[in-house]
Design a protein around this ligand. Structure first.
Ligand code: SAH
Length: 217
């Protein structure tokens, strides 16, 4: 699998960065979007679809998130490049690839083995050597690698899973869409403060639901 990144892809990606920059100003995040070939993560889409600021299907009933939402969530994590980040919901691996450019280490958990395998192959091909992936239940997090400076969820649980807050360092930040499918979901940013947390709402969003723990074998 060779990733072809021709002039047309680069032109469309520059236009996407311009579109995303209307809502997100973080320069490191914009650079990461400019340098990540999104079309490689949506092999069934044509180039125009891959670089539209829209979600797109990636199989198994899942979607790659809209680029401006990926940018918003990445900016909300406030990454300097020194952090260890836990991501729940690897999906296509696109958000993972973006995070790999913004943080020191990324740990990403995906429940669908086929998606995890495809993402892993792509991340290797793109040279994202600071990313570790595993197939597992995101509600459990990655206890052996905890604590993390940041946690980000790319599928929506009904409530913020306590185990994931416990895997944050004191002062760490978690960003997650929260709410029931079909109902209004809210993007939340939580700052861990000792045994408690401050929570702020960043706005309404639409995400695929996080598969309930009991469905995961
Ligand atoms: N960030 C992804 C978007 C993925 S969509 C991207 O850029 O492509 C959400 C992903 O979360 C899906 O791949 C879905 O399979 C995964 N997911 C859902 N429930 C999960 C769970 N309990 N644990 C881990 N991953 C889960």
């Amino acid at each position: 699998m060779a990733i072809v990144d021709d002039e047309e892809a680069k032109r469309l990606r520059r236009a996407l960065v311009t579109a995303v920059a209307r809502s997100v100003s973080d320069r490191r995040v914009l650079r990461a979007i400019a340098e990540t070939p999104r079309h490689a993560f949506v092999p069934e889409a044509d180039l125009d679809e891959a670089y539209a600021d829209e979600p797109a299907p990636i199989g198994f009933g899942q979607t790659i998130s809209q680029p401006s939402i990926v940018a918003l969530m990445s900016a909300a994590l406030d990454l300097s490049g020194r952090e260890r980040v836990l991501e729940i919901g690897t999906g296509s691996g696109y958000q993972t690839a973006i995070l790999s450019r913004l943080a020191r280490e990324v740990y990403s958990v995906e429940v669908v083995p086929e998606l995890a395998a495809r993402a892993r192959a792509l991340l290797d091909e793109l040279g994202c050597g600071n990313v570790r992936t595993r197939v597992g239940d995101g509600y459990e997090g990655w206890p052996e690698a905890a604590p993390f400076d940041r946690v980000v969820l790319t599928a929506a649980p009904r409530e913020v899973p306590a185990a994931l807050v416990h895997q944050l360092v004191d002062g760490g930040v978690l960003v997650a869409p929260v709410g029931e499918q079909g109902k209004r979901q809210r993007l939340l940013r939580l700052h861990r403060r000792g045994l408690g947390a401050d929570v702020e709402e960043l706005g309404p969003v639409i995400f695929v639901p996080m598969v309930p723990k009991t469905w995961v074998s």
